[in-house]
Write a protein that binds this ligand. Structure first.
Ligand SMILES: [Zn+2]
Length: 278
């Protein structure tokens, strides 16, 4: 009898251990890049505003606008929403060729299926299509949310895009610190303030690819990332430097693939749409 009881407890312990592993392991997880706008090659004087120490005389870089889809089991998250989609007779030059909704349709997804829309920061080239996801829970740094909801409008923050959430109509989490989006460590919004008060980067821990770190606008292109450069349009220089320090050390310790969202050379670090990194 005693042996049977012991055996049963061993079996149930093994069962518990296995279910604990299953709960912690990332569900079917993948990462897809969306095209969220375009620019031509950028050099002086346009590039000058990306450095508050005049570091880039004579440099030309090709910038881009990137958004991402994270599939976590049957749940979906969109990271950043880019420039407003083209529309009307004279669409802006940096408008994406296809909207996020159109790109999702190519993956047989509807905007209603997006559970979370995570926003790195409040600038218009990251928030242009957020209103396309009225049913999603908005995840945005509290520092940025406080600016968006300040009665005195800050022209750098595009509050109009967030009308649904500002009016109280949409689900919202104003993120303080890091945010473990799905609760299993697979996708984490990283607190990297400085570019804006509530700026966040994104960590995605993929099974095959390993850790992917996506900058947001912590840096805009490789040359600036490499020298810990700070743009002229930046909320807090000391915070940006501290955030770069954290991000780089985290990247080294996790052997991460680092993707600078605005650097066109980093597009190829993920499979080309509609393929996904797993
Ligand atoms: Zn920005």
């Amino acid at each position: 009898m005693r042996v049977v009881v012991k055996l049963m407890s061993v079996v149930s312990l093994v069962g518990m251990a296995m279910s604990a592993v299953a709960a912690d392991a990332p569900a079917d997880l993948s990462l897809t890049r969306f095209d969220c706008g375009k620019t031509g090659p950028l050099s002086d004087p346009g590039l000058g505003r990306f450095s508050d120490i005049n570091a880039f005389k004579g440099l030309t870089v090709q910038l881009t606008y990137s958004c991402y889809l994270i599939k976590h089991g049957n749940d979906y998250m969109v990271w950043d929403t880019g420039n407003p989609a083209a529309g009307g007779a004279t669409p802006p030059a940096n408008a994406p060729r296809l909207s996020l909704v159109e790109q999702l349709a190519q993956l047989n997804l509807k905007p209603e299926q997006i559970k979370f829309v995570g926003i790195s920061h409040y600038h218009g080239d990251h928030t242009g299509q957020v209103a396309s996801f009225p049913d999603a829970t908005l995840l945005i740094g509290k520092g940025d949310w406080d600016v968006l909801t300040d009665p005195k409008p800050n022209p750098a923050a595009n509050a109009a895009n967030f009308a649904r959430w500002i009016s109280g109509g949409g689900k919202l989490e104003a993120v303080v610190g890091d945010k473990d989006v799905f609760g299993d460590g697979s996708v984490i919004m990283l607190n990297t303030p400085g570019h804006t008060p509530g700026h966040h980067s994104l960590m995605v821990n993929l099974k095959q690819t390993g850790t992917v770190l996506i900058t947001g606008d912590l840096a805009h292109f490789r040359e600036n990332y490499d020298i810990n450069g700070v743009p002229t349009f930046n909320a807090n220089r000391a915070d940006t430097l501290a955030s770069l320090d954290r991000f780089k050390k985290l990247g080294a310790n996790t052997h991460a693939t680092v993707i600078i969202q605005h650097d066109a050379r980093d597009i190829e670090k993920l499979p080309a749409f509609p393929a996904a990194a797993k």
